[in-house]
Design a protein around this ligand. Structure first.
Ligand SMILES: [Zn+2]
Length: 203
């Protein structure tokens, strides 16, 4: 389970200061009364930014580990929230996704970049749509895109701001902003529908 590590460090500062050493989780989130064998369980590494680690704890009774993800980092995607937001901004400023893809990544072929990019756009837009419903007053008139959120919230980067603002809802918001489940894609829904209405396969 991921838990928010509230910090205003950038991803670079987080690595430079090895700030995962300063992360603390005093009580087990499952058993606040303790006595469940809750203990620090080292840290795990992330590839980007190079040298990133995330502090981890473990509850023996609950067989569950807890990692403290700093506000600067994307959840379940590599890199920082700012890097994810830069991708969406490029897409929103470009005449087409293909044009954006040319600017965003040149290390892999176009179909790969498009998949990589669309995954980010799909996940972030799902979170933005949910947030508009969760904060109807604050986000009145907002559209589920970065530029609209930027102008309403009046900030340079919205995703790190939303990680803080949406703190009570992070467990229902999808990654890379939240710690909740990924939303189901249309393809998955179709398969689910087909499975439910189709005949059983031969055993
Ligand atoms: Zn516990």
């Amino acid at each position: 389970m991921q838990i928010r590590y509230a910090t205003n460090l950038s991803a670079e500062q987080y690595v430079q200061q090895q700030a995962w050493h300063a992360a603390t989780l005093k009580h087990c989130p499952l058993h606040p009364q303790s006595g469940c064998g809750f203990c620090k369980n080292g840290s795990y590494s992330r590839k980007f930014p190079d040298g990133t680690k995330v502090a981890r704890w473990y509850c023996a009774d609950g067989h569950m580990s807890f990692s403290l993800l700093p506000d600067c980092l994307a959840s379940r995607l590599s890199g920082s929230l700012i890097e994810v937001e830069d991708v969406l901004t490029e897409v929103e400023h470009s005449p087409s996704q293909e044009a954006a893809a040319d600017k965003i990544r040149i290390d892999i072929l176009l179909p790969g970049v498009l998949r990589w990019m669309r995954r980010r756009v799909f996940l972030v837009k799902a979170s933005l749509s949910m947030l508009i419903e969760l904060f109807p007053g604050l986000l009145a008139g907002c559209k589920p895109n970065i530029l609209s959120f930027r102008s309403v919230l009046d900030v340079e980067y919205v995703l790190p701001e939303l990680r803080i603002l949406a703190d009570p809802y992070l467990y229902i918001l999808p990654p890379p902003l939240g710690f909740g489940p990924r939303p189901r894609t249309k393809k998955l829904k179709k398969n689910h529908f087909q499975h439910k209405t189709g005949t059983d396969p031969p055993s």
